[in-house]
Design a protein around this ligand. Structure first.
Ligand code: URA
Length: 433
């Protein structure tokens, strides 16, 4: 087989065979196929697309390019959740304990964030003593005992994806639906869960800005999962404003714990219940979504989900006093208000700009060696649909520096205030099965 023939086939719009795709992925991973040929094939895929079969074959080959996590020593039906990324997204801290509270195991591998705020691991490390590194045996023991553990990614998962993603980044081939879907799903499938729920964000703060793009991505990922033997459901949810009211690290943990303690933060609570309901139906604990939602909502009210979170934090070495008394979580020196400069109604909050403003405060990393400041972040005081008066507080910047002009400007740019109220945004647009 010759790589040049594979490139020509795709260029001419022919469907590639599983063997051709495997040849490409293996050759690119072991460096017998050079970057220039891989780039050329990626560009042909960008223009000609890939069929369902080709996309599944690509994903399978990327999974097989490295290690896969064997979760079989964990009892029960393992479910995982993946979000395509958004600002203020702390659903993992609510969904994990909720699902665990009905006995469904969640064995989660997470990453650190290179972006606006930290990743799941960074946020958890706001809790003093919390450890994300553990042996495989400890990880499995924790999941078996508490039904929930979150660990840093170990092993060499989908190395072909890592190499290809770097190449796509510099060859103008990132935004191809089959390539994105294959990339995300290869890492999820290598992590070993039996079923997967995807939270595909849509809107100004999302990777996919329009509903039709988000739907196409969601469908492609669900098809891959189902074709490769994992039950997969995707929820398309709004990212036209940050999720919840807190953006940062410690303050996101705080908001999640408040929801676990019964606070009604509408969008965050509803989305968490939605995702957890699909996960527990896939795990076959409930027959219907409605039954799942009802019981999970009860477990938020009666403290069972909160207890599951406490057990999880304790098992990973976290200082539980910080969870019981949220004022003990890291905080910042200054709390500075950004005020509205006109009367009206909030009709948009560019989530990405809020994320960047949080990063300027030190909540995220702009290079992978940057240190996260767990105590800084942003509290939104107004969300879409709220009325504001000139001079009223839009957000509070939690900062360790007195001067926050960059972040202030970013926040003011993010808020769209108009004279007529356009109402609240839809939260869940579609569920793809
Ligand atoms: N995230 C990924 O992991 N891969 C992509 O291709 C795009 C976003």
């Amino acid at each position: 087989m010759r790589m040049v023939d594979i490139i020509i086939n795709k260029r001419n719009g022919k469907e590639l065979t599983e063997e051709e795709i495997q040849f490409f992925i293996e050759g690119y991973t072991n460096e017998t196929i050079p970057d220039y040929q891989a780039s050329s094939l990626l560009m042909a895929i960008y223009f000609k697309g890939m069929s369902e079969q080709e996309t599944a074959a690509l994903t399978k080959a990327m999974v097989e390019s490295g290690d896969t996590i064997d979760l079989s020593p964990i009892k029960g039906h393992k479910v995982d959740k993946h979000s395509t990324g958004g600002v203020g997204d702390k659903t993992t801290f609510i969904v994990g304990p909720l699902v665990a509270s009905v006995g469904v195991p969640v064995a989660k591998m997470s990453g650190r964030g290179l972006g606006h705020t930290g990743g799941t691991l960074d946020k958890l490390e706001s809790i003093e003593g919390f450890k994300i590194e553990m042996t495989k045996e400890q990880f499995i023991k924790n999941v078996n005992e508490n039904k929930l553990a979150v660990a840093g990614q170990t092993g060499n998962l989908a190395p072909a994806d890592k190499k290809l993603y770097s190449l796509r980044d510099v060859t103008g081939t990132v935004d191809s639906i089959p390539l994105i879907a294959g990339s995300i799903m290869s890492k999820k499938l290598a992590s070993g869960a039996d079923s997967i729920v995807l939270d595909v964000k849509t809107g100004t703060g999302a990777f996919m800005k329009t509903l039709s793009e988000s739907e196409a991505l969601a469908k492609a990922m669900v098809t891959i999962g189902n074709n490769l033997g994992r039950n997969t459901v995707a929820v398309i949810s709004d990212m036209n404003q940050p999720l919840g009211y807190e953006v940062g690290n410690a303050n996101e943990v705080k908001e999640a714990v408040e929801v676990l303690q019964g606070k009604k933060v509408n969008d965050l609570r509803s989305l968490s219940l939605e995702l957890a309901s699909h996960m527990t139906v896939l795990a076959e604990v409930f027959e219907t979504y409605e039954q799942a939602y009802h019981t999970l909502e009860e477990n938020l009210e009666n403290g069972k989900a909160f207890e599951a979170f406490r057990r999880f934090v304790q098992a990973q070495g976290g200082n539980i006093n910080m969870i019981d008394d949220l004022f003990m979580l890291p905080s910042s020196k200054y709390h500075l208000e950004v005020k509205a400069e006109q009367d009206g109604y909030v009709t948009g909050i560019d989530a990405e700009s809020i994320g960047v403003a949080a990063m300027y405060l030190g909540a995220g990393r702009s290079t992978k060696d940057d240190q996260i400041n767990h105590g800084v972040g942003i509290t939104l005081k107004k969300k879409i649909g709220d009325q504001v008066k000139n001079g009223e507080t839009l957000v509070i910047l939690h900062s360790d520096q007195e001067s926050t002009s960059d972040s202030t400007q970013k926040v003011l740019d993010a808020y769209k205030i108009e004279s007529t109220n356009k109402g609240e945004n839809k939260l869940i647009y579609k569920v793809i099965k």
